[in-house]
Structures are given as C-alpha cells and as structure tokens.
Design a protein around this ligand. Structure first.
Ligand SMILES: [Zn+2]
Length: 55
C-alpha cells in the first residue's frame, strides 16, 4: 500500500475534503485489516484516503 490514510473525526457530516477543499463527496474503497474489512473514503480530486473511524 503506497498511500497514506488520514484519520478524520466527523463532527456533523463528511462531504468536503479537509485537505483540498473538494466539496462533492468521496469515492469509497474496502481494505482488509487484521481480518476485518474496513471502508475507506477517497477524495476524487486529490486522491487522499480517509478513515472516518465509524463503528
Ligand atoms: Zn481532496
């Protein structure tokens, strides 16, 4: 894996990229970690990967 995963804590919604300001939401991806599938979010503009720590 050659990308950094940014951990983000959502206050109310997660629609705007905190890194580049892109405002139209995110792509999703799935990654297996320690035997569990985890959903990550990718900014369509800057390609930053986010883990929203949803549980
Ligand atoms: Zn971005």
């Amino acid at each position: 894996m050659d990308y950094e995963v940014h951990e983000v804590e959502i206050s109310k919604e997660f629609k705007i990229c905190p890194l580049c300001g892109y405002q139209d939401g995110f792509h999703t991806m799935i990654r297996k970690e320690a035997g569990k599938f985890k959903k990550l979010y990718i900014c369509p503009r800057c390609s930053a990967v986010f883990d929203l720590k949803l549980k």
